[in-house]
Design a protein around this ligand. Structure first.
Ligand code: ADP
Length: 441
């Protein structure tokens, strides 16, 4: 029996399985009629055979559409909880990796695990991060995103008609999803989860009040009517803040006043977030525009995206493009205000610079074996830093020469949230100052 135990231990533990998900529909408030649609999804699991016998097609995927915080994740968990099936989840932003194949292989393992542990719900958060229509502008991570999206399409098709694994995805932007994703048999059912109305807000407050010591005469309606525009996540937070208020005063019950005060605090936070979110959109736009503008200067770059061995110059070009978001941030916002949006691409640049040096491409030659010698590591780092600085200056130069183009792209991205390849090309022709950059070292 020892052997059997060992074998059980050796079995690969599922990475994407969320254990102990115990959410029920009664934990999700203010759904109204949407609840019926979700109950039907539960029946696909519990009465799958009946559906199949009657020739009713079970959807491959369900798309939960709505703004952040309205309870999309909570609902997906509730479906799994009510059906008594396993819950697998991943955030689509985790799919989008710079290295070719990583995103696609994550999708593959996710579905493999879900199938091995069926019946199960696969939940994909922020589907738009990976499911954006192919061909939209997206920096040099584009090829990778396409590979991931293709794998997702293949995985969804693999389950057609089986009803053992149902995918639920959430998105705030169903409008920008690749049309292939919403074809029959894939995400062919959309459920819109709006922000809660007055009664919905009251019900959500009450659900979260269940586990708290509330005063008997709490006026939930009063709180609901002063929280117009808030979503479940914010309402849940109000209850938490009110509880802290009570504790601080050494009382034992949460009162209407506690809730009203907490609602005011939450409202201020909400307004702050609103301000910040337009800024963030602009930052994201600058980030994407910078990569795209830098990339048009380097037509050879595709080689790197496909992981082929690449020339010395194309590796430098790649580093330059990866540093463009950081350079743009400095040019547009100044040194003092650098954000972290570009952290990932700057990291790509750093590792590419190391590859450059260790691959023997720089003037001084280092080999991988030098990597184990302490002095040499320092030298390698310094040489990599020199390369990074040089490419950074090039990125700034390109962006400076293309300020008009950058502004036009950012404008369009902020206003329309997307840009087709053709629109991008037009802007480049109109405003771009593209010239072949001479090799700089
Ligand atoms: P989304 O996935 O739409 O961004 P979440 O499901 O992550 O939102 O919601 C975050 C939290 O807000 C939930 O865990 C829950 O505590 C609370 N919440 C949101 N919507 C509701 C709701 N309709 N009923 C009860 N709680 C909710």
């Amino acid at each position: 029996s020892g052997a059997r135990v060992r074998r059980a231990h050796n079995k690969r533990l599922p990475q994407y399985l969320e254990r102990g998900v115990d959410v029920k529909f009664s934990d999700v408030a203010g759904l109204g009629k949407i609840r019926l649609e979700l109950e039907e999804i539960v029946k696909f699991f519990t009465h799958g055979e009946m559906y199949r016998r009657r020739g009713v097609k079970i959807p491959g995927g369900i798309l939960l559409c709505g703004p952040p915080g309205v309870g999309k994740t909570l609902l997906a968990k509730a479906v799994a909880g009510e059906a008594g099936v396993n819950f697998f989840s991943i955030s689509a932003s985790q799919f989008v990796e710079i290295y070719v194949g990583v995103g696609a292989s994550r999708v593959r393992s996710l579905y493999q695990e879900a199938r091995e542990n069926a019946p199960s719900v696969v939940f994909i958060d922020e589907l738009d991060a990976v499911g954006r229509e192919r061909g939209l502008i997206k920096g040099s991570g584009g090829q990778e995103r396409d590979a991931t999206l293709n794998q997702l399409l293949v995985s969804l098709d693999g389950f057609e008609g089986r009803g053992e694994v149902i995918t639920i995805a959430s998105t705030n932007r169903p409008d920008i999803l690749d049309p292939a994703l919403v074809r029959p048999g894939r995400f062919d059912r959309k459920i819109y989860i709006p922000k809660p109305g007055l009664i919905g807000r009251m019900e959500i407050l009450k659900v979260h009040a269940r586990k708290k010591p509330m005063a008997e005469d709490v006026d939930y309606m009063a709180v609901a009517s002063m929280t117009d525009g808030m979503v479940g996540a914010e309402l849940a937070n109000i209850i938490e803040v009110a509880a802290i208020n009570m504790m601080r005063d050494g009382r034992t019950e949460i009162t209407t006043d506690d809730l009203l005060q907490a609602a005011q605090i939450e409202e201020r936070g909400m307004l702050d977030r609103k301000d910040r979110s337009t800024e963030t959109w602009k930052q994201v736009a600058i980030n994407e525009a910078a990569m795209a503008v830098a990339a048009v200067n380097f037509p050879d770059l595709r080689n790197i995206e496909f992981g082929f061995t690449c020339s010395r110059q194309s590796l430098l070009d790649h580093i330059t493009v990866q540093l463009a978001p950081r350079a743009a941030d400095e040019l547009w916002y100044g040194e003092g205000q650098l954000s972290t949006i570009w952290a990932e691409t700057a990291d790509n640049a750093r590792s590419a610079a190391r590859t450059y040096v260790l691959g023997g491409l720089s003037e001084k030659h280092y080999g991988v074996s030098d990597f184990w010698v302490a002095d040499r590591i320092n030298e390698i780092d310094l040489e990599a830093l020199r390369i990074l600085n040089m490419c950074y200056d090039r990125a700034k130069e390109i962006l400076n020469e293309n300020r008009k183009l950058m502004d036009a792209i950012v404008d369009q991205l902020v206003n329309k949230k997307s840009l087709s390849k053709q629109e991008f090309t037009n802007l480049v022709e109109l405003h771009g100052s593209i010239k072949p950059m001479p090799p700089s070292i």
